[in-house]
Design a protein. Sequence first.
Length: 166
Amino acid sequence: MLQPVVRRTWAPRGRTPVLASWDRRERLSTISALTLAPRRRRLGLHFNIQRGNVRWRDVYRFVRSVMVRLRRPITLVLDRLNAHRSAARRLEARFGDRVKVEWLPAYAPELNPVEHVWGHTKHSDLANYVAENAGALAGAVGRSLSKKAREPDLLRSFFAAAGLTL
C-alpha cells in the first residue's frame, strides 16, 4: 500500500516530523526469491514488482524466469499462500524432476528468509518514505532490493535470522 511505514526518528527539539500522506488504495505486490548456488555457496536475490495482487500465474512466471537464469534444477521453499500452492502444483507437473517443492510450516514467517528481506526493506530502507504514487514506490522498492542483491553479507544475515545455516 502507499501508506508509509512510520518509524521513530531524530528531529531538532520542538520540530516534530510530519509525514504528509493520505489514504490511497493503490498497491504493489512483489515476488522475490533468495537463491543459493549448491557448490559455490553464492547467494542471489531475484524479484519482480507488479501492480495488484499476486496470483498463481505470476508466481509460475516468476519461478520460470528464475529457472532460466539459474539453468539448473531448483528446490523451492514456499509458504502456504494459495497462489504458491497452485503455482507449485503446475510447476511440478510441467517440469517434473527439475522442480522440487518444500513447504514451510503454517504460521511460521520467521522461518522464511525472504520475510526478513521484506522486514529490512520496509523498516529500514523505506521507513518514513511517502511515495507520490505507485510508480515512485516501485522505483524505491526496486532500488532497495537491487542494493541488497549486491550485498552477500546482508543476504547471509537473512538466512541467519531465519535460523538457517548455509
